[in-house]
Design a protein around this ligand. Structure first.
Ligand code: HEC
Ligand code: HEC
Ligand code: HEC
Ligand code: HEC
Length: 392
């Protein structure tokens, strides 16, 4: 009997909700990393239609005041794409979006280091974005006070501070991160994916989801002495059901029109187009043209128009004929006859064919389709099934 009551007492002590001690508090770390310049998904397939900064912002606006508060919002770096004119426009739009969303810390790591400082400085000034970076003139760490928490966010493994919650942002591999000591949380933007957090020594390691398809939410239960008592992790999928933030959408629309400007600027006068276009083929293959017109290939350009992306080189490359090649599509103004996925994308370019019908055209194989029907853009692609739908 004595033992039983002792047992009950012990159980009570263990099981009493932490609230009674009044000492355990919750903090949400909401994070991205390794966004790679993906401002929004292309929308080629509902199966890959996830992510985008306008949705991140919309999601947070809808949840910030209740279930996510208090929270700290972090990007762990590598949010930019290549250093090309379009890549720079992406970096600019990405940073502006981070500014609107009010990120508490944004790391500049490998990819950002490829871009010059004077490119960033006007945007950083205007949007007041707290950058952490190993490259001057940026700070290596920022301090964030949220609720009663004092948080140190840094990119320097040596820079953890006693008496604070320490969060390290890095793009070394997950394996190497496991060797770094002294940090409470490490957010990795190496492009690797950990479905669940990894616990190494006393450190919780998570990874930013590549291209921002999902938002990471790490919930910490923190004791009075600052020790992490417990943690939970979940991925918030960013699908088309999430309402976009219109302020961020404005940034994306501005990006689209600047990208369209790039296309016009790079245009040479259309030198005698070497691709002929379907209308020419139809002079002799009318029935084939009619059957082609019934396929979605014939409407591929209007899909881009609807998405507001008909002048984005990264989209037209698969939605027109011969873009980027000599005599291929340049813009809808100069080469309207080469919009849409036409005959020559599959049958190849062969001008002589018109004079010499006996010349065999290149065989249409699965490899021809895979140029455009990639895993990301066409996850349902199945050659026999798709071939059946376009046969003519
Ligand atoms: C690598 C080639 C490729 C690129 C690049 C590409 N697309 Fe696509 N897109 C496709 C293919 C293939 C499909 C058809 C997918 C399917 O149904 O299996 C498609 C379909 C679409 C659709 C139709 C979706 C529907 O169900 O009605 C839209 C809209 C679209 N793409 C927009 C874009 C935009 C915007 C971009 C640029 C950001 C882009 N695409 C870039 C290959 C591409
Ligand atoms: C130049 C790029 C390109 C090539 C090459 C290409 N496609 Fe497509 N395909 C597209 C795009 C873009 C779409 C989406 C058009 C839209 O709806 O906007 C599409 C859509 C389709 C669809 C409609 C999907 C659906 O679910 O209804 C089928 C089927 C298809 N392609 C089959 C093929 C096959 C088979 C090949 C190879 C023989 C091929 N495609 C080659 C770009 C391409
Ligand atoms: C998405 C790829 C694709 C596009 C676009 C396409 N074709 Fe084809 N075409 C094929 C495939 C695959 C075959 C062979 C299979 C078949 O018999 O249907 C073929 C067959 C043909 C043939 C018959 C070849 C033979 O052996 O008799 C002709 C002619 C032809 N296409 C003309 C056209 C013309 C003209 C257009 C444009 C209006 C066009 N094709 C657009 C894929 C395509
Ligand atoms: C001046 C008429 C003419 C034009 C224009 C023309 N073709 Fe042909 N094409 C022919 C004839 C004739 C044949 C042979 C038909 C046969 O042997 O049954 C042929 C055969 C083909 C074949 C099947 C033969 C093979 O070797 O694969 C394909 C595919 C084809 N053409 C595609 C095209 C495409 C694509 C275009 C547009 C770029 C085009 N043709 C334009 C007349 C033409």
């Amino acid at each position: 009997m004595k033992y039983l009551s002792l047992l009950i007492l012990m159980l009570l002590i263990i099981l009493l909700p932490p609230a009674i001690y009044g000492q355990v508090k919750t903090l949400n770390i909401i994070y991205t990393g390794s966004m790679n310049g993906e401002l929004e998904p292309c929308g080629c397939s509902p199966k890959t239609d996830f992510g985008g900064v306008a949705r991140i912002s919309g999601y947070l606006a809808g949840h910030n005041n209740n279930e996510l508060s208090p929270c700290i919002l972090i990007d762990a770096g590598n949010f930019t794409d290549k250093d090309t004119p379009q890549g720079r426009l992406k970096a600019e739009a990405m940073l502006k979006s981070f500014g609107i969303i009010k990120y508490d810390a944004v790391a500049f790591l490998k990819k950002e280091k490829g871009l010059p400082e004077d490119f960033f400085s006007p945007i950083l000034k205007e949007y007041k974005i707290p950058v952490v970076s190993g490259m001057p003139p940026y700070e290596q760490s920022v301090s964030v006070n949220r609720d009663t928490f004092k948080i140190n966010v840094s990119v320097d493994p040596e820079n953890y501070r006693e008496g604070r919650l320490n969060i390290l942002l890095t793009d070394v591999s997950v394996r190497e991160s496991g060797l770094i000591k002294g940090w409470d949380v490490i957010i990795v933007s190496s492009g690797e994916i950990l479905d669940e957090p990894l616990k190494a020594n006393e450190t919780i390691i998570v990874t930013g989801y590549p291209k921002g398809k999902k938002l990471g939410i790490l919930t910490l239960q923190i004791g009075r002495g600052g020790e992490i008592k417990n943690y939970e992790h979940r991925w918030q999928l960013l699908g088309s059901d999430i309402e976009e933030d219109t302020r961020v959408r404005d940034v994306l629309n501005d990006y689209d029109s600047k990208v369209a400007g790039l296309l016009t600027a790079s245009e040479n006068p259309p030198a005698g187009t070497s691709y002929l276009g379907a209308a020419k083929c139809a002079e002799c293959h009318q029935l084939f043209e009619e059957s082609w017109k019934k396929t979605r290939h014939a409407g591929a350009f209007s899909s881009l128009k609807q998405a507001g992306k008909s002048a984005d080189p990264e989209c037209v490359v698969c939605h027109t004929v011969g873009f980027g090649e000599e005599g291929g599509f340049r813009s809808i103004e100069t080469t309207p006859e080469l919009a849409n996925v036409q005959c020559e994308e599959c049958h190849g370019l062969d001008r002589e064919h018109i004079d010499d019908f006996s010349r065999p055209m290149r065989p249409v194989t699965k490899a021809v389709c895979l140029k455009c029907h990639t895993q990301d853009n066409s996850p349902d692609f199945d050659y026999p099934v798709y071939l059946e739908k376009i046969k003519h």
